[in-house]
Design a binder for this molecule. Structure first.
Ligand code: ARG
Length: 459
């Protein structure tokens, strides 16, 4: 047990207590952040004449040595230390002696861990954002390649109106684009440096908090020392944003699972992204899509845990806050992993375009357009709706589509029908007549694709 705080104690910590209290098994992830933060802190201390230049140089050299040795496997992080901060400080003192004992001047583990978590989260936000960008570019490629791939659009999982695959995937493009915007907002809101807040009340040393903040590329220092050590809002915001990302992924996965069924046969998931059954030789299961859908619950769970952990904590730091790490780390790993897998699955997914198009012709997906046709011929919309409703009933009975009926049959329902109706309610017209921005026509999709291309180029 290597502890930083033995002085006022007369008895050794109970072993169960030590293990319960320790965080080294998981906060060792912060090694790089802890050392980066300490280098900035030491640099600032020397600039402010709180420590000597030579001491600072020794500290920085020692810290860099620790990082190198751990990364090279020469130095092991063991449970002998309570947390990563104790590990680094103990090793620094081993290496450089008394100079190492000066590093913690004007600092507490409370502002230190607050900094480490911020540095870590800030970096993870960037990585997640990059992965989302890759996913968006895969989706955009699918959109470009499928601007003319007609498929049914659904409401209530019932065929509604024809759309295109480009249009359908475009909806997911918007979702994941918003997710990136959310990450950017969180980044900007959280990018302030808590170092210098001390345990809770700042310090009497003449620290230059602006300097530490700028060395660590923050927008500036945080403005309240109590809030600095006890704020985990940005963790909650990230967990919430990741829950939304997972929810979007899960919806797409659910659709892929449905499209992959024998009943739909819209897609073929690549062999590399499927698994088999141990008993049923014919099976090729969409396990990856199911797992992404399943893991969504895990990320939601982390959000609930964090909200609950924080809700009863009086100011300022309390040890409950050590619980901000494990589930957040897991949620970050899970979300990043799922974005990568979804991207790979989409890249290798093949679409059975004929099946999709055939499916779009059934299910009266042109019924609304047939009603609109009558409206254009002067029939009030509510009447047109009723006429087409009766027509649909008639077709269900005859097991045919509206456009399979002869003009004579159509006229029995309304005199307003004319020969031009066939063209007006054809699948292509139904899609390509929808010209408003955001609608599925080739023309509007082409415009949207250009806008999204520009967005990806500039963001
Ligand atoms: N391991 C602790 C955490 O993660 C570090 C801060 C410890 N501070 C304290 N006052 N015990 O929160």
């Amino acid at each position: 047990m290597a502890q930083l705080w033995g002085g006022r104690f007369t008895k050794k910590t109970d072993e169960l207590v030590y293990n319960f209290n320790a965080s080294i098994s998981f906060d060792q992830r912060f090694l790089t952040e802890d050392i980066t933060g300490s280098i900035a802190h030491a640099t600032m201390l020397a600039k402010c004449n709180v420590i000597e230049e030579e001491v600072k140089d020794k500290i920085i050299e020692g810290l860099k040595g620790i990082l190198e040795d751990v990364n090279a496997g020469k130095l092991e992080i063991t449970s002998e230390y309570e947390d990563v901060h104790s590990f680094v400080e103990a090793n620094l003192i081993d290496r450089i002696g008394d100079a190492g004992k000066k590093l913690h001047t004007g600092r507490s583990r409370n502002d230190q861990v607050a900094l480490d978590m911020r540095l870590y989260v800030r970096n993870e936000i960037k990585e997640l954002d990059e992965l989302l960008k890759e996913l968006l570019s895969t989706i955009l490629n699918m959109m470009e390649a499928n601007i003319d791939t007609v498929m049914p659009g659904f409401t209530h999982l019932q065929k509604a109106q024809p759309v295109t695959l480009a249009h359908h995937m475009g909806a997911y493009f918007e979702m994941f684009k918003r997710d990136r915007l959310r990450l950017g907002d969180i980044f900007n809101r959280m990018n302030y440096c808590p170092l210098g807040a001390g345990a809770l009340a700042g310090t009497t040393y003449p620290l230059d908090r602006e300097l530490t903040a700028s060395l660590l590329e923050f927008n500036g220092p945080t403005l309240n020392s109590m809030d600095s050590v006890s704020d985990r809002d940005y963790v909650i915001e990230l967990l919430s944003a990741m829950s939304t990302i997972m929810m979007h992924e899960s919806r797409l996965c659910e659709e892929i699972i449905i499209w992959n069924t024998d009943e739909y046969k819209f897609v073929d998931i690549d062999d590399t992204y499927s698994t088999g059954s141990s008993i049923m030789p014919q099976k090729k299961n969409p396990d990856i899509a199911e797992l992404i859908r399943g893991k969504t619950g895990r990320v939601y769970g982390a959000l609930m845990q964090m909200l609950t952990t924080m809700k009863g904590i009086p100011l300022a730091y309390n040890k409950d806050m050590q619980e901000d790490k494990e589930l957040t780390f897991d949620a970050i790993d899970t979300t990043k992993g799922c974005v990568k897998l979804l991207n790979g699955m989409l890249e290798s997914l093949s679409f059975r375009k004929e099946v999709m198009e055939k499916s779009a012709t059934g299910g009266f997906t042109n019924a609304t357009d047939a009603a609109d046709y009558l409206v254009k011929k002067g029939v009030p919309f509510r009447d047109a709706h009723g006429i087409i409703g009766q027509l649909v009933l008639y077709c269900i009975d005859k097991k045919c589509a509206i456009d399979d009926l002869s003009i004579e049959e159509l006229k029995k329902f309304s005199e307003a029908f004319d020969k031009d109706v066939y063209n007006e309610i054809s699948l292509t017209t139904c899609v390509d007549k929808r010209l408003t921005i955001g609608a599925p026509s080739r023309e509007s999709m082409a415009k949207v694709i250009e806008i999204e291309k520009d967005y990806l180029k500039n963001n």
